[in-house]
Each structure stands twice: as structure tokens, then as C-alpha cells.
Design a protein around this ligand. Structure first.
Ligand code: SF4
Ligand code: SF4
Ligand code: SF4
Ligand code: FES
Length: 547
């Protein structure tokens, strides 16, 4: 068993009806229009070194490690932010490119602790890998210049640390929190040499962070690192499994050392979560080794008897003989099976197979059907089937989303992140719930436009009375959206109500509004618009001579 390393093509996969054909290092490759040069190169097996790019995030173009040459164009464009074009001729390797990449790495390393051997990410660090790939052997500037080596560590989060001295200001964490999770807990404070990651001016624990771990996963260095890795060391092998905490059913790689789980890493190949997670699946795995957990089968013939540890063979044989005995005495229909909604589909399938095949009856059920019988009834009546008709990914193509009697942010966080991503892109959300639902209630309550008669969130009755016109409109992003809500949601700083500074300063808690800012206000989140060269460029910060 080995550690599963997933392929990272650097920028997200693009889908398009049109393709472009270009030549990279003498080889032709055809890719969907919109694909970056970096991803096109990866698709043909050529790896371009990168630091600020990863395929779960939109390209940003800040580290400049991935520069290439394009025939007929001046300079050395970043391959992550440059789209592939028809008839382009690209060179990813030559002496000139190599020298420039080494130069960039030299600047990074001149302001980085030289503690690789004792670092918790030794062997699992992209900075270390890239320094090796570009052949960095020496740092001409020495290490005595101005640096960030004494930057303090934020240890406040129970699951991960933030070791600021190792930060390369690539902004992957900020973007992961915004683009994937949709919490907007992080920002880049300061400019140039002074730029640093900030959890809204406080520590992680005091911030709006919900400990989903997306930033930790995105971090290319040990700056954001799981405490379990620091304590137990880097894992040795992976086991792919499914989170059983909620019905989303996120796929994870349980990364292990022997029989010990070192960390749970959301699996990119998981169709429900596509590499994202919430705090439960990501960090709440202590139950696996909890002292109260029963790991050996036990039998007792009567409730008054003490439990007796037995082998699996004995336990299974005993259960089978008891089923047979009961059926012989009371008839074939006297036994059945019921699965929990926390079981995977595969487990539920196996139980129904056993009940039908071995018990010879149809006494099979799942608790999901019991709690969701109204939903099942409604679906069957309107659509002809009581099963879901869509997968989670389809929310990304929805224009209007109607959430009835559910609070995805709390109950199914990974789906909520997907849904909020779509809302940030302009979809409308309607919430119908008899309960005081945090996101909708505060949003509609605050603007005073969508309250139901009872002053609660938009309940089904209010919705009906409003003839479905009273929508929790979360349309539009950035200034236009914020202005349309007047001053009702301004933060204490008087800024627009995006997830950016105004929100953080105002300490407001409106989830629905928090989705409204999508980097639409350059200068508020990051100091610069996305993709602008110079953002957080610590390699330009060391001394005046290199600015
Ligand atoms: S753990 Fe999640 S919510 Fe917290 S800062 Fe990181 S990405 Fe944002
Ligand atoms: S903490 Fe954020 S900015 Fe710093 S290296 Fe990690 S991902 Fe990049
Ligand atoms: S959303 Fe969270 S609790 Fe639900 S399956 Fe995914 S990781 Fe587990
Ligand atoms: S990986 Fe392209 S600029 Fe950083």
C-alpha cells in the first residue's frame, strides 16, 4: 500500500465545445478552449514548476515560477494565467527559462527557514520540490537580509497551525477559503514586503474560520499544517473511504502510518465533494481510536449475561444460526434488515441483497426513507420517483435553488459550499423553513423585506402567500449587489457588504450576504485584483535593490 498522490494539472479543467491546438516543446496538443498553457502541458505529461497554482483554484499568477516562452511574444508569460491558443508555439524548458526560475526560487528561499530536515512537511512540500526541480543549489543574497523568520506562529486552531515564518504569500489559502469553502475568513494584509496572511485581524480561532481545512490542503508549504501530522509524522499509505457523518458522503483518503490515521484528506476523485470537506470529515476522526470503540465482536445469549469476546467467524456463525432459528419458529417474514442513513449506498445495497437473497423476504428498509418520507412522497407524486433526480454537481448549473426544511450550511456543509459558489455566480436562493434558519433569517430579517408574518425566516406559508415572489435574492456580486441593499448590511467600516473587510470589521453573521463578494472589489480582499502581477510578491520585498 502506498500514499496516493493525486495529479495536479495546475489550473481547473475547462469544458468547451471548441478546441485549440498548440505546440509545446515540439509536440502538438489539442485542448478545450480556455485551458491554460500549464494545464495543456500537464495533459501531455510535461510538468511546469508552480507554486501559486493548483487545479482546484482559479489561476492567480503571483509566484512567476511557471514562466514559459511563446514564439512571437515578448517576455516570459506565466503559463498558469496564459490561455492556450491555436497555433501557439510554447517552450517550457531552456537555459534562459531555467535561470529565471532559479532566480525566483532563490528569493523565496532567502526568506525561508532552512529547517527542511526537521520540518513537519519534509518530503511533502511543494517549495522543497520546486527548489529541487529548478536545481537551486545556492542563494547569492545570503540569509542575513531583512526577513520574516521571526513571524509568530498562530496555534489557536485545535486542528492546524499557521507558522507564518514559512509563508510564501502565494494566497492559495485565501483563495481556497473564498472559492472552495465560501467563508472569506482570510485576507492579505499589507503590501509588498509587509504583506501577510491575516484571519481578519485576529487569530484563526477568533476568526470566522469554520475549520474546513481547505486552506491547509491548498498550502504548498508547512505554513498551514495539520497538528496530527506535526505530532505523528508524515503518513505512509492511504486508504480511500467515505465519511459517514452526513448524507453528502464525501470521499476521503485516510492517510495512515501503520494502523494509525494521521490525517483525513478529501479525495479529488470523490464525486460528492471533489476534494473538499467540512470540519467533521476532515478533523473529527478521533473516534477511530477512541477507547470506547468496540473493535472485536462480542456475544451474549441473554441480556443478563456478560459480553464475551469472540472471533469474527464465531460471531457471524452465531448470528446466522439465530436468524435461522427465529425463521424456523416464527416464519420467513419474522426477520428483516434496516440500515442507517449514515451507511454508504454500497452498504445499504449489501443489506438488501442479504435480506432478499438469504432471508427470502422483502423486509428491508433504511432510516433515510423514514425521516424523508414526506420528501419521497412529494417527489414520487410530482416526478414519478421518490429518489433524487440530480447529483450534487448539477447545482452548478442551477439558476434558482429552492431549499425546503434544510440548512445545508450546518447540516451538509460541503454541498452548501457548492451551492454558495453557484449563488456567488448569480443564482437565486429561496429558503422555505419553519425554523429560524441562520443564514436566511438574519439576511431577510436584517433588510426587513422578506420577513414572514411571524418574523421568522421565509417559511413555506409566507412563500405561498408571496406567490413565490418573496425571494431571498442573493443575486449579483460585488458593489452592485451591495448597493441594491442600501445601507442595511453595511459593516461597521461603512464598506459594502461583501465577505471582505466591511464584514469582518462589522462582525456580521449573514451567510447569504457573505457569498456576495467574489473578488469583485479589487483592492479590498487582496490588495490587488486577481491575477495582477505583484500581488503579495515577497520575492520583491527583501531590499530596495530588488524591488
Ligand atoms: S479552515 Fe476553511 S474556513 Fe478556516 S480559514 Fe481555512 S479555508 Fe477558511
Ligand atoms: S499560508 Fe497561504 S499564502 Fe502562506 S504559503 Fe500557505 S497557502 Fe501560501
Ligand atoms: S459534508 Fe462533512 S460530514 Fe458530510 S460527508 Fe462531507 S465531510 Fe462528512
Ligand atoms: S504558478 Fe504560475 S505564477 Fe505561480
Amino acid at each position: 500500500m502506498t500514499l496516493i498522490r493525486e495529479l495536479d494539472i495546475g489550473t481547473p479543467i475547462r469544458v468547451s465545445d471548441t478546441t485549440v491546438t498548440l505546440t509545446i516543446d515540439g509536440e502538438q496538443v489539442t485542448v478545450p478552449k480556455g485551458t491554460s498553457i500549464m494545464a495543456a502541458a500537464m495533459m501531455m505529461g510535461t510538468q511546469i514548476p508552480k507554486l501559486c497554482a493548483t487545479d482546484s483554484l482559479e489561476p492567480f499568477g503571483s509566484c512567476r515560477v511557471c514562466l514559459v516562452q511563446i514564439e512571437g511574444r515578448r517576455g516570459y508569460p506565466a503559463s498558469c494565467t496564459t490561455p492556450a491558443e491555436d497555433a501557439m508555439v510554447v517552450h517550457t524548458q531552456n537555459a534562459d527559462i531555467a535561470k529565471r526560475r532559479r532566480g525566483v526560487l532563490e528569493l523565496y528561499i532567502s526568506d525561508h527557514p532552512l529547517t527542511c530536515l526537521t520540518c513537519s512537511a519534509n518530503g511533502d512540500c511543494e517549495l522543497q520540490d520546486v527548489a529541487g526541480k529548478v536545481g537551486l543549489r545556492d542563494v547569492r543574497y545570503g540569509y542575513a537580509g531583512e526577513n520574516h523568520l521571526d513571524a509568530p506562529t498562530d496555534d489557536s486552531n485545535p486542528y492546524f497551525t499557521f507558522e507564518a515564518s514559512k509563508c510564501i504569500a502565494c494566497s492559495r489559502c485565501i483563495r481556497a477559503c473564498e472559492e472552495i469553502q465560501g467563508t472569506f475568513a482570510l485576507t492579505m494584509e499589507g503590501r509588498g514586503f509587509e504583506s501577510k496572511i491575516s484571519a481578519g485581524g485576529t487569530d484563526f480561532m477568533g476568526s470566522e474560520c469554520v475549520s474546513c481545512g481547505a486552506c491547509v490542503q491548498a498550502c504548498p508549504t508547512a505554513t498551514l499544517n495539520e497538528k496530527s501530522v506535526i505530532e505523528l509524522g508524515t503518513p505512509e499509505h492511504s486508504v480511500v473511504t467515505t465519511c459517514a457523518y452526513c448524507g453528502v458522503g464525501c470521499s476521503f483518503k485516510a492517510e495512515m502510518k501503520g494502523e494509525t490515521v494521521v490525517r483525513m484528506v478529501p479525495y479529488k476523485d470523490g464525486k460528492a465533494n471533489e476534494g473538499h470537506s467540512c470540519v467533521k470529515g476532515r478533523f473529527a476522526f478521533g473516534y477511530a481510536t477512541h477507547k470506547d470503540r468496540k473493535t472485536k465482536p462480542m456475544i451474549r445469549a441473554a441480556i443478563t449475561d456478560p459480553w464475551r469476546e469472540v472471533t469474527w467467524d464465531e460471531a457471524i456463525a452465531y448470528a446466522a444460526s439465530e436468524f435461522k432459528r427465529i425463521q424456523a419458529k416464527y416464519g420467513r417474514d419474522s426477520v428483516g434488515g434496516i440500515t442507517s442513513s449514515r451507511c454508504t449506498n454500497e452498504e445499504t445495497y449489501l443489506i438488501q441483497k442479504m435480506v432478499r437473497g438469504a432471508f427470502g423476504n422483502n423486509n428491508v428498509d433504511t432510516c433515510a426513507r423514514v425521516c424523508h418520507s414526506p420528501t419521497g412522497y412529494g417527489l414520487k407524486t410530482t416526478l414519478g420517483t421518490s429518489a433524487g433526480t440530480q447529483d450534487f454537481a448539477s447545482v452548478e448549473h442551477s439558476d434558482v435553488i429552492l431549499v425546503i426544511g434544510a440548512n445545508p450550511t450546518d447540516g451538509h456543509p460541503v454541498f452548501a459550499s457548492r451551492m454558495k459558489r453557484r449563488l456567488r455566480a448569480g443564482a437565486k436562493l429561496i429558503v422555505a423553513d419553519p425554523r429560524h434558519e441562520r443564514g436566511a433569517a438574519e439576511c431577510h430579517g436584517a433588510c426587513g423585506r422578506h420577513r414572514s408574518a411571524g418574523g421568522r425566516s421565509l417559511c413555506a406559508r409566507a412563500l405561498r402567500n408571496a406567490g413565490l415572489r418573496c425571494l431571498g435574492q442573493v443575486r449579483g456580486t460585488g458593489p452592485k449587489f451591495a448597493r441594491s441593499h442600501g445601507g442595511a448590511h453595511r459593516g461597521a467600516g461603512g464598506g459594502y457588504t461583501c465577505g471582505g473587510p466591511a464584514f469582518r470589521h462589522g462582525r456580521q453573521r449573514c451567510d447569504l450576504l457573505r457569498i456576495g463578494c467574489n473578488g469583485a472589489q479589487p483592492g479590498q480582499h487582496h490588495g490587488h485584483g486577481h491575477g495582477e502581477f505583484g500581488h503579495g510578491h515577497r520575492q520583491y520585498r527583501q531590499t530596495g535593490r530588488r524591488r
